[in-house]
Design a protein around this ligand. Structure first.
Ligand SMILES: Cc1cc2nc3c(=O)[nH]c(=O)nc-3n(C[C@H](O)[C@H](O)[C@H](O)COP(=O)(O)OP(=O)(O)OC[C@H]3O[C@@H](n4cnc5c(N)ncnc54)[C@H](O)[C@@H]3O)c2cc1C
Length: 262
């Protein structure tokens, strides 16, 4: 490590002003940022720790929308009674992230800001049509995840919470990498009125929807409707863990399992 300043503001406004100048970085649970700094892949001159900002914490159901603060830890989403009752697919997704240490420290905001191509929360946000609220604006999940480790966030923009509209049916099916528990392929499926969503993580450079599957499920919401639909392996990741063709096959399998589980 090397020298850097450490700030722990108690409001979003103070955090925003601390990140406005220099090479400061927001710190959530440090699960990605600290290893990146240790490897010297990032060298911020200051860390702005969001852990002291109360309004970024917590889970609340308002009408048919679940509000989850950006600093809410995965373990808290997994164990929260309101989430388990109102949106069990999200509680179970959070409970399947990494290991107990990662779930105790990792946060919703940190996960989606980082937008790792194999992370689980991006699939939930896109698959539920969530809205990402920042200190400046509201961003639809459809516009938020723009590429590998890329999002629509501007420099220093702070995610404050995520709004999840409650679906009528939803489930997440993940084929995980046994070492890291990151998704080799994960598929989140939801149905809310006529809005049917199929969001895939782990398979490509960035989370994506599968319109052909959504249309087929719109005609009949059954795993059978997906039997003849495949995704193009040409657009998918290939690495030591799985070839693009294997991932393409898994997308179909996980999508059918998710529909069955809704
Ligand atoms: C061993 C291991 C296994 C893992 N397995 C999984 C897995 O199975 N599935 C999965 O989805 N994830 C997995 N993760 C990722 C983990 O769940 C964290 O969510 C992720 O590492 C981000 O960590 P964090 O929340 O601590 O954010 P940090 O590391 O503190 O921050 C990450 C990035 O987000 C920015 N940031 C943080 N908060 C905000 C905010 N509110 N607004 C704007 N920018 C912000 C930071 O500046 C930084 O650039 C794993 C991580 C590890 C180390």
């Amino acid at each position: 490590m090397y020298e850097f300043a450490y700030h722990r503001p108690n409001s979003v406004r103070k955090a925003a002003s601390l990140t406005a100048s220099g090479e400061a970085k927001l710190l959530a649970g440090g699960q990605t940022l600290l290893p990146t700094m240790k490897q010297r892949l990032a060298a911020p001159d200051a860390l702005v720790d969001l852990a002291g900002i109360e309004v970024l914490q917590g889970i609340e159901l308002k009408g048919r929308t679940l509000h989850i603060g950006a600093m809410t830890r995965h373990a808290d989403v997994a164990s929260n009674a309101t989430v388990r009752e109102a949106l069990p697919a999200l509680a179970s997704l959070a409970g399947g992230i990494g290991d107990p240490h990662v779930r105790a420290m990792g946060t919703l905001g940190g996960s989606i800001a980082n937008n790792d191509p194999a992370a689980d929360y991006p699939a939930a946000c896109l698959g539920l049509g969530a809205t990402i609220v920042t200190n400046k604006r509201r961003i639809a999940a459809d516009d938020f995840f723009t590429g590998m480790f890329e999002t629509a966030l501007e420099d220093g923009e702070i995610i404050t919470k995520v709004l999840f509209p409650l679906p009528r049916r939803a489930a997440y099916a993940k084929f995980d990498n046994p070492a890291s528990r990151y998704a080799l392929v994960g598929v989140f499926v939801s149905k809310r009125g006529r809005d049917i969503r199929v969001a895939v993580t782990g398979a490509g450079p960035c989370v994506f929807r599968v319109p052909a599957m959504e249309e087929a499920l719109g005609r009949r919401f059954s795993p059978k409707s997906l039997e003849d639909i495949s995704v193009d392996a040409g657009d998918l990741n290939s690495d030591i863990h799985a070839s693009a063709e294997y991932r393409a096959h898994l997308v179909g399998v996980m999508a059918r399992r998710a529909v069955l589980a809704t």
